[in-house]
Write a protein that binds this ligand. Sequence first.
Ligand code: GLU
Length: 412
Amino acid sequence: MNAFANALTQLKKAIQLGGLSAETWEFLSKPQRIINHSLPVRMDDGSLRMFESYRVQYNNACGPYKGGIRFHPKVDLSEVKALAFWMSIKCAVVGIPMGGGKGGVVVDPKKLSVTELERLSRAYAAMFAPYIGPDKDVPAPDVYTTPQIMAWMMDEYNKVTGTEAPGMITGKPLAVGGSQGRGTATAQGGFYVLSEVVKKLKLVLGKTTVAIQGFGNAGSVMAGLVQKAGYKVVAVSDSSAGIYNPKGLVLKEVEKYKQSTGKLTGFPGAQTITNEKLLELPVDVLVPAALENQITEKNVGRIKAKVVLELANGPTTPEADEKLFKKGIVLVPDVLANAGGVTVSYFEWVQNLANYYWTEKEVFQKLERIIVDSFNEVWQMAQSKKTDLRTAAFIVAVGRISEAMRARSWIN
Ligand code: GLU
């Protein structure tokens, strides 16, 4: 499945339904720039390995390119282009003054030592230094990249450019210019969105069951937040498998188990299920928080949730989207549901440029306002165009980007 082709299908639908111009389509159907480097890394055993890597700078009409860097063995150019495009849409949905970009390295970071990981991260920052920077393109974490990796990249960038520019990257540790709240921001934003959906659909909190696919930064934090708020988390999964207990999982125990064994499989007090099965459970809320193309034409008929909240990027294909909408399942799209991450990244960048730092309370107050306002704007657009929330979010976002492009006379 080609992620970028899916992304363009979503764009086309929004352009048609939103009555947006042909030049908007022409401009936005291609990235502005693709940079590709082979990164040489000296391994611990003395051997040399080359790692394929990318940065796609999709659109900067609204501000500097913004978006994470993914370290994953399955990274390819089509995926990075799609993710960079979605970042452009995401920033515009929440109305922050940034464009969209994304990076990727073809690597399984679990197979590298810490020192190899550091050399790879530094190589990326050094090779891409001419193209990135606080006023050009601001990377951040994504799948399998961490605050530590951001710190190495910032350090290397500052060395090779002879600057002290913490705002060249976000998602850093607090000690080197990170923002309060950034670590949990993606899930926190998703939680604010879910609270709004629950109000709209009048779901009863104590009775609302949740299944979460993916136990990484977004998924595991989300599990904790919803459980604290009174939802019942019945299933979670990682890349190896999932666990399910219809009576609810004790998350503290799950986390302890995952930390000591490195996986979820075999957790006592729950049945082990496959990742595919998790998606088809009879729950109220399904949260895909892992990778692309999880809900497809093949399994969409078996999805039983009332709400699908996309914490991952691109988990649902356009064919599945249409079927979910017809079945009356409310899908909150990635570009809104997981926009909390990039919104607090934007806050981090603002704080770095001002060299003045906010409290966690200030960060989350500002985040909640932006997310709730954006949700309501998208919800209203969906009502007025009688369409799904993804198409509505795209209409709002593409409208903003095309206004910026018109103001710059990039399009007529
Ligand atoms: N990787 C995250 C995303 O897909 C965060 C990007 C950022 O903070 O720039 O939204």
